[in-house]
Design a binder for this molecule. Structure first.
Ligand code: 5GP
Ligand code: MN
Length: 332
């Protein structure tokens, strides 16, 4: 356990006691699982099964990207419960609220004991035991704080490292602290290979993924004297290329690093007339506040929401809110 002022010793010992006492455990993360979510779910599963292989651990999660499937216990991921009885213990990882559990919210609610581990600033607190730290880079960082260092195996280490890599954008976002680097170092000591994890799960793209990235950049539009950039992909284009949402990872990051840009928006059409919006800030706009106005959430510099309408109307309703914050000229 590393030092984390938001986590008490009592809470940590209850976490470990609950794992010890539970026979049937479930772990869920948020809908549309990203690297931190997948790393947290699989890392915790590996940790529990390393301690006691006889325990039953179900990971109830939407299907994950192919690029994460090499991680240990990826085959424990399922979309249907295997038990009639409520789970003894249920973990919600990387979810800012219960709704983000999607189809598994009800199973979480009926479990005998629930634990929430999360780092979203918009998390108001839910679950019987809570580890919520908006200063943490990732849910995987908080898990590292909670887990007993000497019991972290290579399998768990690899998952936690992957989660940290993804939520820090490979150690470059402003959530990359000295502590993050120290944890990453400790995980490397467990045998994790940074080159492998970073290239295979973050940078590597299929030819089609590169094509769609190129297209999204080529069709991007600057607004407000170049301080906002947006791009959008329609469902018919996603169908044409045969791609899913996970194939669009990295588009928003590249838009954000466009010179002069303060805020980047990327939209993709989930179903006809309904767009998932990703927002990223370079420090002058609190994008979480904006996403929340549309029923979404996230972090100050990275947030998202789902909005009905066409691209023009959605961008026209979001950009004045960005403009307002830019006018105030404050750092977030
Ligand atoms: P992304 O744009 O990569 O999907 O999400 C950026 C951040 O915002 C992530 O931390 C993600 O969990 C959060 N986020 C994205 N979409 C939503 C949403 O619809 N609701 C909430 N509460 N958070 C979201
Ligand atoms: Mn996260």
């Amino acid at each position: 356990m590393t030092s984390n002022k938001k986590i008490t010793r009592q809470a940590v010992s209850l976490f470990h006691r609950k794992i010890k006492e539970a026979e049937r455990i479930a772990i869920s993360g948020h809908i549309n699982p990203d690297g931190d979510c997948v790393g947290a779910c699989l890392g915790l599963c590996a940790y529990i099964l390393d301690l006691d292989p006889k325990k039953k651990v179900d990971i109830l999660l939407e299907p994950i990207s192919e690029k994460f499937r090499f991680l240990a216990y990826a085959d424990h991921i399922m979309q249907e419960k295997t038990e009639e009885e409520p789970y003894d213990l249920y973990f919600s990882l990387d979810c800012s609220d219960k709704e983000r559990l999607g189809a598994f919210q009800e199973l979480f609610e009926e479990a005998r004991f629930t634990i929430c581990v999360d780092h979203h600033i918009s998390n108001q607190g839910f679950g019987d035991l809570r580890f919520i730290d908006a200063d943490a880079s990732s849910t995987c960082e908080i898990l590292y704080d909670i887990l007993e260092e000497k019991k972290i195996s290579f399998d768990t280490a690899q998952c936690l490292y992957l989660g940290i890599v993804h939520d820090t954008g490979v150690f470059k976002h402003s959530n990359t602290t000295r502590k993050v680097m120290e944890i990453a170092g400790a995980l490397i000591d467990k045998g994790v290979r940074p080159d492998f994890i970073i290239d295979e799960t973050f940078y590597k793209k299929t030819y089609i993924q590169n094509q769609i990235l190129g297209r999204a950049l080529m069709e991007s539009i600057l607004l407000l004297d170049g301080r906002i950039i947006f791009s959008a992909i329609k469902k018919k284009d996603m169908d044409f290329y045969g791609i899913e949402s996970g194939d669009l990872d990295g588009v928003i990051d590249q838009l954000r690093v466009t010179e002069g840009v303060e805020c980047a928006l990327f939209l993709y059409e989930k179903t006809e007339g309904q767009f998932k919006v990703s927002l990223r800030s370079n420090g002058k706009v609190d994008v979480r506040k904006i996403a929340e106005q549309f029923g979404g959430g996230g972090h100050v510099k990275a947030a998202g929401c789902t909005v009905e309408g066409n691209v023009r109307d959605i961008v026209n309703s979001i950009s004045p809110l960005i403009d307002q914050q830019l006018e105030q000229g404050k750092d977030v």
